[in-house]
Design a protein around this ligand. Structure first.
Ligand SMILES: Nc1ncnc2c1ncn2[C@@H]1O[C@H](COP(=O)(O)OP(=O)(O)OP(=O)(O)O)[C@@H](O)[C@H]1O
Length: 637
């Protein structure tokens, strides 16, 4: 399931996401070229003015312009040069504006496409993937990594084009103006290149460590905010503050190590560039003054010297940015790799190439020799159960017996390790996931409500449903009454995770959602949290209403919920240990009869070996939870 590391992720980024916006990139690069060429003009014009107008060392000329067209007096020549400098600045400003807009647009559009696409791929991955990854880590990919790419596509691409044009342009100009002084001015460039190369080698691993510790910090924060109620009720604020502080300190240390390297690098680079500048200044100045330096002859006009001084100064910036561009590039490459690795992760549960839509005729559900484990150990062992179309199956059993796992396989959150789950004879692995999940309505133990109105939550699976349909569904789920009494009725906003509603209310909204979706097969996982007797009755009544017409699988913690089911299976440790109707199972006097007796409060009548077994289990659970590790993990949940 884990993908191979993406090779050449930056190439792939440009091919996959850059292609649609290439015109913005092309316009940005072109504008960058024109703007930078315009930036190079003023020093050249200044040199020309010094030599030809101020010092009158040679005749005034402009390359490519006939002499007859040029002004004759020094003052008008000077004004012309001034006008050309102004024109350069104007051109530079207009094209910098174009460059900024176009490159930013390119980066922002790629960022948008990439984020939406990555999220979409992520949400289609299977449950096993989400079991193994922390939400904070995934959030960090969708936010940080996508942002890193945007930074490179904007700042990095711009910096690289500036570097190319400025350095390339300056090198050519300097060589043409005076090859000897150009060699002096460019002497530091190989050092800068080597120094940067070394820097990247050292910085890269430290940056990877920074990113990993940031993902850990995000995971910790995300986990804690999700469990904030438990933190409060366990008065664990100080403990959690310390844990966040440890994760944050770790991030600080890793980041500080990276910052120390980068803050040393840039000033050091400036030292090299500064040495180059001073050498150029001295050599050029002495050549102008005395025609030779340390025995090396040179001839230079004052104007050329002035141009050199300006251009070498201009050279310092792009060259010292070289490291930063490499830095941005390295970060972006690592981010692109993580994003593409995520994109390449194949869900184990996905549509087969020849998957066909599920055809429901009777709605018969069949588990045929199903065994399954979540990786380690086996949770379901050789489960054989058939639910004829239109009938109700009740699943009961002690906690952890595997009841929820049975229905997770029915909505294909996972595939069985052996055996098959079928609906109307079609193996679920051969049908499309969309058709399966539209056919099976699932109300889970802890229903999730999205932030939004009650109406939006009920109409989640059918956003086009009319007001009347939504209300009908709510009526059938016994939710209409309480929804009407909410402050804004169906337009009441339910908070994140629907915290403003009680467990029983959330479950009824969730049932209404399933009613509206009108599935062929209905799966109901009864809430384990206690609801009052009235709510329990209301829920049971709406379930009974729904089950009358369709195949239903009900997981019951209160056995009264499944008392009237056509068949009840009793699961224990992943095996079906008993099956039959309520009366048949009571008559067997086995596990079901004992569980029934416990719920009816007739504990004294239970067989001693059952009581001993339950007590043994309780002791086991207590021993497991004793150590520090156990306590730690429980807060992690
Ligand atoms: N996503 C998962 N990853 C790993 N193990 C899991 C996962 N979900 C459940 N399990 C394990 O599988 C076993 C069966 O869990 P399951 O939730 O199916 O039991 P259950 O009978 O529904 O329990 P309860 O009555 O408490 O809801 C348990 O041991 C549980 O720890």
């Amino acid at each position: 399931m884990e993908p191979r590391q993406s090779r050449n992720p930056m190439g792939r980024l440009l091919r996959t996401y850059g292609r649609d916006h290439w015109h913005a990139l092309a316009l940005g690069l072109l504008a960058s070229l024109v703007a930078r060429v315009a930036d190079l003009m003023p020093p050249l014009l200044l040199g020309l003015a010094v030599d030809t107008v101020l010092l009158d060392e040679r005749a005034f000329d402009l390359p490519g312009v006939p002499t007859a067209w040029l002004p004759a007096t020094p003052a008008t020549q000077f004004v012309l040069v001034g006008g050309l400098v102004a024109l350069s600045f104007l051109t530079s400003s207009v094209f910098h504006l174009l460059r900024g807009r176009a490159l930013n647009r390119f980066a922002q559009r790629v960022q948008h496409d990439l984020r939406v696409d990555s999220y979409d791929r992520l949400q289609r991955l299977d449950s096993a993937f989400f079991d193994s990854r922390q939400t904070g880590e995934l959030m960090s990919i969708l936010s940080n990594d996508v942002n890193n790419l945007e930074q490179f596509l904007n700042g990095g691409v711009d910096g690289a084009s500036r570097l190319g044009v400025m350095v390339g342009g300056i090198v050519v100009i300097l060589l043409v103006l005076d090859a000897s002084l150009a060699l002096v001015a460019l002497a530091p460039v190989p050092f800068v290149a080597y120094f940067t190369y070394r820097y990247v080698g050292i910085y890269q691993p430290t940056y990877t460590a920074v990113r990993e510790s940031l993902a850990d910090l995000y995971s910790r924060l995300e986990n804690n905010l999700g469990g904030v109620r438990i933190i409060k009720t366990s008065t664990a604020e100080t403990y959690e503050r310390d844990r966040v502080a440890r994760a944050s300190w770790d991030y600080f240390e890793k980041n500080w190590a990276a910052i120390r390297i980068s803050t040393t690098f840039f000033p050091s680079l400036r030292v090299i560039a500064g040495v180059g500048f001073v050498l150029t200044f001295l050599a050029g100045g002495l050549w102008v003054l005395q025609g030779s330096v340390a025995g090396v002859a040179g001839s230079l006009t004052v104007g050329t010297f002035v141009t050199f001084i300006f251009l070498t100064q201009t050279l310092v910036w792009p060259v010292s940015e070289f490291g930063e561009i490499i830095n941005l590039y390295q970060r972006a490459k690592a981010s692109a790799r993580r994003i593409f690795d995520l994109a390449d992760t194949q869900a184990a549960v996905r549509d087969a190439d020849d998957a066909e839509p599920l055809q429901v005729t009777h709605g018969t559900v069949e588990y045929d020799g199903v065994s399954f484990g979540y990786g380690r150990g086996t949770v379901l062992r050789d489960v054989d159960v058939t639910v004829p179309g239109g009938t109700t199956l009740g699943i009961v059993g002690p906690t952890g017996a595997g009841k929820s796992t049975v229905v997770e396989l029915l909505v294909r959150m996972y595939d069985p390790d052996s055996g098959a789950v079928r609906i109307d004879g079609q193996d679920l692995r051969t049908v499309t996931l969309d058709s399966l999940r539209s056919a099976v309505g699932y109300v889970s133990q802890d229903p999730f409500l999205f932030y939004g109105t009650v109406r939006e939550n009920i109409a989640y699976a059918r956003p086009d449903a009319s007001e009347r349909e939504v209300e009908d569904a709510a009526r059938r789920a016994n939710a209409h009454e309480f929804v009407r009494n909410l402050p804004d009725g169906y337009d009441t906003l339910v908070g994140e995770r629907g915290v403003k509603l009680s467990g029983g209310q959330r479950q009824r909204i969730s049932i209404a959602r399933a009613v509206l979706a009108d599935p062929d097969v209905f799966v109901f996982d009864e809430a384990t949290s206690a609801v009052d007797t009235e709510t329990e009755l209301l829920i049971q009544q709406s379930i009974a209403d729904l089950t009358a017409e369709r195949t239903t699988v009900v997981i019951a913690h209160r056995l009264s919920t499944v008392r009237h089911a056509d068949t009840i299976v009793v699961l224990d440790d992943g095996r079906v240990v008993e099956r039959g109707t309520h009366e048949e199972l009571l008559a067997r006097d086995g596990l079901y009869a004992n569980l029934w007796a416990v719920q009816a409060g007739q504990i004294d009548d239970l067989p001693p070996e059952f009581v001993a077994r339950v007590r043994g289990r309780a002791a086991e659970i207590r021993t497991d939870g004793d150590g520090d590790e156990g306590a730690d993990e429980s807060t992690d949940q």
